[in-house]
Write a protein that binds this ligand. Structure first.
Ligand code: 0O2
Length: 260
């Protein structure tokens, strides 16, 4: 008799416990994923500030394009299983460092290193790893500068250091990488030798283009610095032109520098 009454109660308490465990897991997973979204948002803000500030000071932007992606929970678990990592959130946090990914496309090769330095120099950004596939391209020709950085995310009850993968590359490197990615998937990873060789040659051509374009840009910058006149100081990005006739500008400057 007792058994008959207790059994349904056991079943319902087990079901309740399962539901509550699932709710807890969902909450934990949501907080886990949110921490990566916040870290990515923080890094994107930093990158956008660099982009805007740099363009207004130097009259050109070293950053052409910025994109970001978060790995899906499914993608994270698949990677953990593929790599044999422990299937629990703390273990995954330690071992999978590209859950949040940002790609920065720059105009020139020197800009990729400039952006790296500007980000790495920020007090709350810690560079955990760097892979320089620009100095040492992969055998297939892939070029890019990869950083794994950690950034503190301020949650309601704790400060969580969160990792973000940042890939920095030029437009030509990016063009090559997206085509190679498409070809790789089209052939399911087994790309015919002739195409592999063609891709390698295309990577060399992309590199030559990068070098040439940077040389041309340096020449243009050198010319611009000779042409610049003082009135240029009074044009601001995002504001209507603010020209000052040279005579007025001279009087204004004298007024500022001469003692009263
Ligand atoms: P997704 O969707 O782009 O993120 P890991 O596998 O990340 O643990 P690994 O292989 O040492 O470790 O990382 P690495 O070399 O830093 O490369 C990681 C990412 O760089 C890749 O992410 C690609 O985005 C890019 N990448 C690396 N090698 C190549 C390449 O040969 N061709 C192209 N097109 N991209 C490359 P995922 O995880 O592949 O995918």
């Amino acid at each position: 008799m007792t058994d008959a009454v207790d059994r349904p109660r056991d079943a319902s308490s087990t079901a309740l416990a399962t539901v509550s465990a699932m709710r807890e897991l969902k909450l934990e997973l949501t907080r886990f994923m949110m921490s990566y979204k916040f870290a990515s948002d923080e890094m994107l803000t930093k990158i956008n500030i660099l982009k805007e500030e740099f363009s207004s000071i130097h009259d050109y932007s070293p950053i052409e394009h910025v994109s970001s992606r978060l790995k899906s929970p499914e993608g994270i678990l698949q990677k953990a299983i593929r790599k044999g990592y422990p299937l629990e959130l703390d273990g995954i946090r330690d071992s999978i460092q590209d859950i949040a990914g940002i790609r920065v496309t720059c105009s020139f090769i020197s800009d990729t290193y400039r952006i790296r330095d500007l980000l790495a120099g920020q007090r709350d950004v810690t560079v955990l790893h760097e892979k320089d596939y620009i100095q040492q391209p992969k055998a297939n020709g892939y070029q890019s500068l990869h950083l794994i950085v950690a950034i503190p995310v301020f949650m309601t009850d704790r400060v969580q250091p969160v990792t973000v993968e940042i890939q920095i590359r030029t437009i030509a490197m990016d063009f090559w990488a997206s085509l190679e990615h498409k070809i790789f998937y089209k052939y399911n990873g087994t790309v015919p030798d002739t195409l592999v060789e063609d891709l390698r040659q295309a990577a060399d051509a992309a590199n030559r283009l990068d070098v040439k374009m940077e040389l041309l840009h340096d020449q243009v910058v050198a010319l611009e610095s000779v042409d610049t006149n003082d009135a240029d100081l009074f044009s601001f990005d995002g504001l209507p032109p603010f020209p000052l006739p040279k005579g007025l500008l001279d009087s204004f400057m004298r007024g500022r520098t001469e003692p009263e």
